[in-house]
Design a protein around this ligand. Structure first.
Ligand SMILES: Cc1ncc(COP(=O)(O)O)c(C=O)c1O
Length: 395
C-alpha cells in the first residue's frame, strides 16, 4: 500500500490536521492557503530563498562525522550541524522562507510566538533584514528562562510582549499571538513550528526540508549512499524533525526516530510527551495529539527544555505515530542533560537542551555496527548556559 505521509488536499494527515480557527481568522488562513504553494514554487521565491540560505544563513550546514559518538554507540554517527546556522538553530530556515512569502503577500507587520526564544530571534532577525514591524509573544516564564534571547530580540527591534496567562510558556504565547492576529488581520502570522491550522504544518515542513535534502547530498559524497539507516531528531512542535525526515518518509528502509521530552518521567504529570501519552484533541487550530488530564483538559507541559515543553504536536507527527512510520521515544531531563555534557566533553560542541534530547535517544536504539545514523543537532547551547551551570551545580 502506498501511504501518503504528507498533507492531503483538505489539509489533513490521515485523521489529523485541518483548520479549526475562529471565524475572524478564516479569511487570513484562506489567503495563505490559496497562495503559499504558488509563491513557494515560483522561480523568484526559490532564487531569493536559496541565495539567502547560502549567503546569510551559511548553508549547507555541515554533516559532521563524530568518531567518538560512533565508538560509544557502535554505529556511524553523523551530526547535522543546524547549530552552526546564523542565529544558532534550524528556526532560521523557516523564518527566511516565511518572510519572503510575507513580502510576496504584501504584508508589512509580522506577529510570532516563541518558546525557547530561538524562533523569536530568528523572526526578529529576518524582520530587521526585510524592514518589517515585528511583534513577538513569549510566555513570561520563558522570558525569565531565556533572557539572552529576549535581549537579542529587543536589540533587533522587535516588540516582545509577555504572555501572562496559564503556565506562561509556549502554549500561552501561541494563544496570545493568535488573539493578536484576530485583532490585526492585515498582519502576517509567522508560525515557528510544524503546528497550527493548515497550511502551516505543510509550509513549515517544506521550508525545513532543506535539512534532509542536504543530508542526502552529503551522504552521497561521504558514504556513496543517499539514504541513511536512521535519522533521529528531537520533537517539540515538530519542525526540525519534519525537515530532517522529509526526504526519507517514502523510503521505508530508513528508520526515523523522534525524541520527545519525558521531563521528570512518564509516570509523573511533569512531561511533554504528547505522542507517547497524548489523546486526540483540537489545539491551536488543528486536530492532533495533546497531553490531557483525567477531565480531558489540556495538561501543563513540562520539560527542562523550553523549546520542547508544548502540550501538543504537529499533526503530521501524530499521523506518522499512528501509522508507525516514525518511532517516537521520550527521554527525561536528566538523560538529556547528561547527553549534553557527554557531547560537550567528547566533541567540544555545546548543544541546545532540545537537541540534547535527540542525543540521549542514541542510548535507546539498538544499532547494527555499520548503520549510518544522522542525528539532527537542531541548535547550539549558548541560550542554555545558565540552565547547564545550574544543573551541574546541583548534580
Ligand atoms: C534548538 C531547538 N531545537 C528544537 C526545538 C523544538 O522545535 P521543533 O520541534 O519545532 O523543531 C526548538 C524550539 O524552540 C529549538 O530552539
Amino acid at each position: 500500500m502506498n501511504i501518503n505521509f504528507n498533507v492531503d488536499s483538505n489539509g489533513y494527515y490521515g485523521k489529523f490536521g485541518g483548520v479549526f480557527v475562529p471565524k475572524e481568522l478564516e479569511a487570513n488562513i484562506k489567503e495563505l492557503r490559496d497562495n503559499y504553494r504558488r509563491i513557494l514554487d515560483s522561480d523568484e521565491f526559490q532564487n531569493e530563498y536559496i541565495n539567502l540560505l547560502k549567503t546569510y544563513v551559511g548553508r549547507p550546514s555541515s554533516l559532521y562525522f563524530s568518531e567518538k559518538l560512533s565508538q560509544q554507540y557502535a554505529a556511524k554517527i553523523y551530526l547535522k550541524r543546524e547549530d552552526l546556522n546564523h542565529t544558532g538553530a534550524h528556526k532560521i530556515n523557516n523564518t527566511i522562507g516565511q518572510i519572503i512569502l510575507a513580502k510576496h503577500m504584501n504584508k508589512k507587520h509580522i506577529i510570532a510566538e516563541t518558546g525557547a526564544g530561538q524562533h523569536g530571534v530568528a523572526t526578529a532577525t529576518v524582520c530587521a533584514l526585510f524592514d518589517m514591524e515585528c511583534t513577538i509573544y513569549m510566555g513570561a516564564e520563558d522570558i525569565k528562562r531565556q533572557s539572552p534571547n529576549v535581549s537579542k530580540m529587543k536589540m533587533l527591534g522587535a516588540n516582545v510582549v509577555a504572555a501572562t496567562t496559564g503556565t506562561q510558556t509556549l502554549s500561552d504565547a501561541v494563544n496570545e499571538a493568535l488573539n493578536a492576529w484576530v485583532c490585526n488581520p492585515s498582519a502576517y502570522y509567522l508560525l515557528g513550528s510544524a503546528v497550527g491550522p493548515h497550511p502551516y504544518p505543510d509550509l513549515v515542513s517544506r521550508l525545513q526540508s532543506v535539512i534532509s535534502k542536504e543530508i542526502k547530498a552529503q551522504l552521497t559524497e561521504y558514504e556513496s549512499v543517499e539514504y541513511p539507516d536512521y535519522v533521529i531528531a528531537c520533537v517539540g512542535g515538530g519542525s526540525n524533525a519534519a525537515g530532517a525526515f522529509y526526504e526519507f518518509l517514502d523510503h521505508l528502509p530508513t528508520k526515523l526516530v523522534g525524541v520527545e521530552a519525558a521531563g521528570l518521567g512518564l509516570d509523573t504529570t511533569k512531561h511533554a510527551a504528547s505522542l507517547t501519552k497524548g489523546k486526540e484533541a483540537i489545539l491551536h487550530g488543528s486536530k492532533t495529539l495533546v497531553i490531557q488530564d483525567e477531565n480531558d483538559a489540556v495538561m501543563e507541559a513540562y520539560s527542562i527544555s523550553p523549546g520542547l515543553d508544548y502540550p501538543g504536536i504537529g499533526p503530521q507527527h501524530a499521523y506518522l505515530h499512528d501509522t508507525k512510520r516514525v518511532k517516537y521515544i521520550a527521554v527525561t531531563d536528566d538523560e538529556a542533560m547528561n547527553a549534553a555534557i557527554n557531547l560537550t566533553k567528547k566533541e567540544g560542541i555545546i548543544p541546545a537542551i532540545e537537541s540534547s534530547h535527540a542525543l540521549a535517544g542514541l542510548a535507546k536504539i539498538d544499532f547494527k555496527e555499520n548503520d549510518i545514523v544522522v542525528l539532527n543537532l537542531s541548535g547550539r547551547g549558548d541560550k542554555d548556559i545558565e540552565a547547564y551551570i545550574e544543573y551541574l551545580k546541583l548534580n
